[in-house]
Design a protein around this ligand. Structure first.
Ligand code: HBI
Ligand code: FE
Length: 298
């Protein structure tokens, strides 16, 4: 999720000596049979809570993807069974990883339609907040959208673009696009604003905050604007960017990023809560939530 080096493994002996991965691509076995009843129970708690919340809030593509997948309340899903279904629909599969993997490794997987999913699950005392993507975030949040052909192509394109952006030294700009779409994107449906970002869809509190709270901004998606906007990794987003439809993401595929990166280099960044000139604002947030949490100036 965030740009950082992986720190540790959470589900058994995935790494070799000194935290080095046993395999060059950082994949491990899911070791599904090793999950404890307690771990399946945490999945169930999260699954049921989120499933109650998402009708009328998650976009149609998410609901449809979920419906077609062997994902249920009772057990942490088996990646092999998920991959069988995904392969038939969009040619994607899941590979298990121990947590965050290096950017280049992550992109290489995406460019080949392999989605790296954490095989560990958060502890019962950190249901609402965790730093590394676990199996609930990765599978519940991301996998339903990977059943959508447009999103499937878009995320692969991000993998290819990520490798290129890294070599051009502009990865932080591109990572913002992933963040504000794949992780925290909203989309306008005929029946209202809906969630498609996995970071929201897998979070009880951010689902409510992003859609129902007057604090955050809702701004119509614009590629250059998003590339220039810093994001928060430690709290709810201050701004959410809203697509008119997923076809907008495919247009990014046809965009020549080189001149865009050039232009952006000369222009200042926006802070997470800024409203910019030229923004098409759907909700001008009060900012009350983040203001209350900022330490007093002095
Ligand atoms: N690794 N497992 C995992 N999951 C991610 O979402 C991820 C990652 N490594 C890097 C990364 N995300 C991001 O920093 C890139 O999208 C830039
Ligand atoms: Fe994610």
């Amino acid at each position: 999720m965030k740009t950082s080096e992986p720190v540790s493994t959470k589900h058994g002996a995935a790494a070799g000596d000194a935290g080095r991965p046993a395999r060059a691509d950082w994949t491990v076995d899911q070791r599904w049979a090793d999950y404890t009843d307690e771990q399946h129970g945490i999945w169930k708690t999260l699954f049921e809570r989120q499933t109650r919340l998402l009708p009328g809030r998650a976009c149609d593509a998410f609901v449809e993807g979920m419906r077609r997948l062997p994902i249920g309340a009772d057990r942490i899903p088996d990646f092999r069974r998920l991959s069988d279904v995904m392969m038939r629909h969009t040619g994607w599969r899941i590979v298990a990883v121990p947590g965050l993997v290096p950017d280049a490794v992550f992109f290489e997987h995406l460019a080949n339609r392999r989605f790296p999913a954490g095989n560990f699950i958060r502890h019962a005392d950190e249901l609402d907040y965790l730093e590394e993507p676990d199996v609930f975030h990765d599978v519940f949040g991301h996998v339903p959208m990977l059943m959508n052909p447009v999103i499937a192509d878009y995320i692969q394109a991000y993998g290819c673009g990520g490798l290129r952006a890294q070599s051009l030294g502009v990865l932080p700009k591109l990572a913002r696009v992933y963040w504000y779409t794949v992780e925290f994107g909203l989309v306008r449906q005929a029946d209202g604003l809906r969630i498609y970002g996995a970071g929201i869809a897998s979070s009880y509190t951010e689902t409510l905050f992003s859609l129902d709270d007057p604090s955050p901004n809702h701004i119509t998606f614009d590629l250059e604007r998003v590339m220039r906007t810093d994001y928060r990794i430690d709290d709810f987003q201050e701004s959410y960017f809203v697509l008119d439809d997923f076809e907008q993401l495919l247009a990014l595929d046809r965009t020549d990023f080189a001149p865009l990166y050039q232009r952006i280099r000369q222009r200042p960044d926006f802070a997470p809560g800024d409203i910019a000139e030229g923004d098409w604002v759907l909700q001008h947030g009060t900012g009350a939530y983040h203001r209350a949490r900022r330490p007093p100036q002095g």
